[in-house]
Design a protein around this ligand. Structure first.
Ligand code: H2U
Ligand code: ZN
Length: 340
């Protein structure tokens, strides 16, 4: 790949990223922070997500032993839509929205993360994601499963958890992906992401390729260690994954998150989430996939900021997706906290 500045096109979001590989010619400045993270207790009596504890509004958690889901006590969306807001200009456009917001506890153990959980426990989380998606997609246009992990991403609590926001409207990013995949399918007669998985298999961008799943730092990645996780088989939605495929996914997901943690020997912060076809009708243009957007660049504390040119022009990166994937491949597949 060239060492000259160039732009790369993201066909999923119809946008471009500026890549400046010549700036990484200098030796790698990465360092491992000596400072160890604070050790967390397995149970925290002040945590709103730990088993048996009381949350806001006096709701109390059961003594759950695997996963636990509850309606968010501070939801961003409400079950009933408000009235259409009247404005006096077409430039001031609004739309009512209704929905359901839930919090998903991944484990009763306050001090774990998905990377540190057993494959069978991760499998339970995948089942939870799938069941919730199945249930909520009956009555919502879009079901967004996501995890916002780490203080650097604004997560309020280290207890392993994710969220679901299910809405009566299709949000902007999935709507863009929807259009891109539909356009590609109409133009080429094939599935965009299935074609991309074929294009990238065996490439320098592969992080993991096994058991039917492919994790790559996509050609068009904006974030330094962004990853796109895709099945190598035709599946549009989480609930459609078979039991064997879910087990395989648990194993691949675990490996990816361990590699992330090992990169800078830190509990790697990120936002991740699933994009599957909206609705329940057949959608041959869609491929189920997960995006991982981690903020870190050079160490546990040196992060990438999307500022300046990025806010006014377009995203820019120095380390190429190929270099980033190489570093994730070189990272150990055994968690640093589990090494002898
Ligand atoms: P974050 O860590 O990403 O902020 O997610 C925690 C969520 O948990 C957040 O959406 C909810 C917050 O509203 N929450 C409750 O529903 N009840 C509580 O008692 C505390 C936090
Ligand atoms: Zn907790």
């Amino acid at each position: 790949m060239t060492s000259h500045p160039h732009r790369r096109y993201n066909p999923l979001t119809d946008s471009w990223v500026l890549v400046s590989p010549q700036r990484t010619k200098r030796p790698w400045l990465g360092r491992v922070d000596q400072e160890r993270e604070q050790e967390l207790p397995e149970y925290d009596p002040t945590c709103a997500l730990c088993p048996g504890n009381t949350r806001a509004h006096d709701a109390s958690n059961p003594d759950y032993e695997s996963t636990f889901v509850f309606d968010n006590d501070f939801p961003a969306i409400l079950s009933q839509p408000g009235e259409q807001i009247q404005t006096d200009s077409p430039l001031l456009e609004t739309e009512p929205v209704a929905g359901t917001a839930r919090v998903l506890c991944f484990s009763p153990h306050h001090n774990l993360s998905l990377a540190r959980m057993e494959p069978s426990a991760i499998r339970s989380v995948i089942d939870l994601w799938s069941d919730q998606t199945k249930e909520l997609s009956q009555s919502h246009e879009w079901v967004q499963v996501f995890e916002n992990k780490g203080e650097q991403m604004g997560a309020s609590n280290p207890h392993p958890h994710g969220q679901i926001w299910a809405t009566s409207t299709l949000p902007s990013l999935p709507a863009t992906e929807q259009r891109a995949q539909a356009d590609y399918f109409e133009r080429e007669g094939r599935n965009l992401l299935t074609d991309y998985a074929k294009t990238d298999s065996g490439s320098e961008r592969v992080v993991i390729d096994r058991d039917g799943f492919l994790a790559v730092v996509p050609f068009w990645a904006s974030w330094p260690f962004e990853v796109l996780l895709m099945p190598r088989f035709d599946v549009q939605r989480l609930p459609d994954l078979s039991p064997d495929q879910r087990d395989a996914l648990a194993s691949v997901l675990r490996e990816l998150l361990i590699r992330y943690d090992n990169l800078f020997e830190t509990s790697f912060p990120y936002s991740m989430g699933w994009h599957g076809a909206p609705g329940t009708d057949p959608a041959p243009d869609w491929l189920l996939h997960a995006h991982f957007f981690p903020p870190l660049l050079r160490s546990a504390t040196v992060r990438k900021f999307m500022v300046g040119y990025e806010m006014l022009g377009e995203p820019q990166r120095d380390i190429t997706p190929e270099q980033a994937a190489g570093r994730l491949r070189d990272a150990d597949a055994v968690h640093y906290l589990d090494r002898g």
